[in-house]
Design a protein around this ligand. Structure first.
Ligand SMILES: [Zn+2]
Length: 91
């Protein structure tokens, strides 16, 4: 698999390009009860945003309420806990 191509995406926390494999995809779905979710397999439909698997980037988007602005909805504290868990699992 020498020629495996890994697409690059921009992290919403630090604004740097990173390999898709190193990023968590956050997606807004049509589920009105819990519209914002972590897309584990990177295949869910809907508007997506990418975040490095890095607690610094997570703290940054939490502080700046970046997700609220991107998805035009409020982000529950629970969701940041989910993201943190996801980062720690793979870090
Ligand atoms: Zn980042």
């Amino acid at each position: 698999m020498q020629n495996k191509h890994i697409p690059m995406r921009m992290c919403i926390g630090c604004g740097k390009m990173n390999h898709k494999d190193n990023l968590i995809r956050i997606v807004k779905t049509s589920n009105t009860k819990a519209p914002i979710t972590v897309d584990i397999n990177g295949k869910m439909p809907g508007r997506g945003a990418y975040l490095c698997r890095d607690t610094i980037c997570l703290k940054n988007i939490r502080k700046t309420k970046r997700l609220s602005r991107i998805f035009s909805c409020s982000i529950p504290d629970d969701f940041y806990a989910i993201l943190e868990k996801e980062i720690n699992q793979n870090g």
